[in-house]
Design a protein around this ligand. Structure first.
Ligand code: GAR
Length: 208
């Protein structure tokens, strides 16, 4: 059984979707550890309820991003991760972390990448007048939200939508998409190579 470590900063609804998928046999892996940079992240409660080991590693008190990331690498390695999943982990990661796990490090980002890297994606989609929005799962590279995209799901933007309603729609898509992509990885179907994502031996086309 492949060992999955999930990094969070907040609610952890994507963590919950992954835990549920493992528990129901839809994902052939086991979440063996959850690490949060925030002590009050609700996802820690979700993990504890599921009997999963947790660790809080606050970024406060570290001299720089690199030294925090080195501690984070050690924490992930302590859990013996085959796959590292960023699920609402709201930290910019340096090459110290990315280099340690590249090729087995996934992120979920609430936009149709390459659109709207960074923060406030729902409001930015509204401000741009987009009629569709969505979510991307990608391999993490040193470029922020810039690694090869594996899969996306779209939602329609209605005239009545605001940032909260869009976030809700996107979350519903995320909870299906992320366990599915994690499943591809643990089943050995998904790799990163030559800077691209590969599924079943085929290059996934770049998005955008
Ligand atoms: C998700 O919408 C995820 O896409 C986003 O944070 C939310 C976490 O929700 N991630 C980012 O914005 C990363 N840049 P959750 O804590 O309920 O899973």
């Amino acid at each position: 059984m492949k060992r999955i470590v999930v990094l969070i900063s907040g609610s952890g609804s994507n963590l919950q979707a992954i835990i549920d998928a493992c528990g129901e046999g839809r994902l052939n892996g086991q979440v063996v550890g959850v690490i949060s940079n925030k002590a009050d992240a609700y996802g820690l409660t979700r993990a504890a309820t599921a009997g999963i080991a947790t660790q809080v590693l606050s970024h406060k008190g570290f001299a720089d991003r690199e030294s925090y990331d080195a501690a984070l690498v050690a924490a992930v390695n302590d859990f013996g991760a085959d796959l590292v999943v960023l699920a609402g982990f709201m930290r910019i990661l340096t090459p110290v972390f990315v280099g340690a796990f590249e090729g087995r490090l996934l992120n979920i980002h609430p936009s149709l990448l390459p659109k709207y890297k960074g923060l406030n994606t729902h409001q930015r989609a509204l401000d741009a007048g987009d009629n569709e929005h969505g979510v991307s799962v990608h391999f993490v590279t040193a470029e922020l939200d810039g690694g090869p995209v594996i899969a996306q799901a779209k939602v329609a933007v209605d005239s009545s939508d605001n940032a909260d309603s869009l976030a809700h729609k996107v979350h519903l898509k995320e909870h299906v998409l992320y366990p599915m992509v994690c499943g591809w990885f643990v089943d050995g179907r998904l790799q990163m190579g030559e800077g691209k994502a590969w599924l079943d031996g085929q290059v996934l086309p770049p998005c955008g």
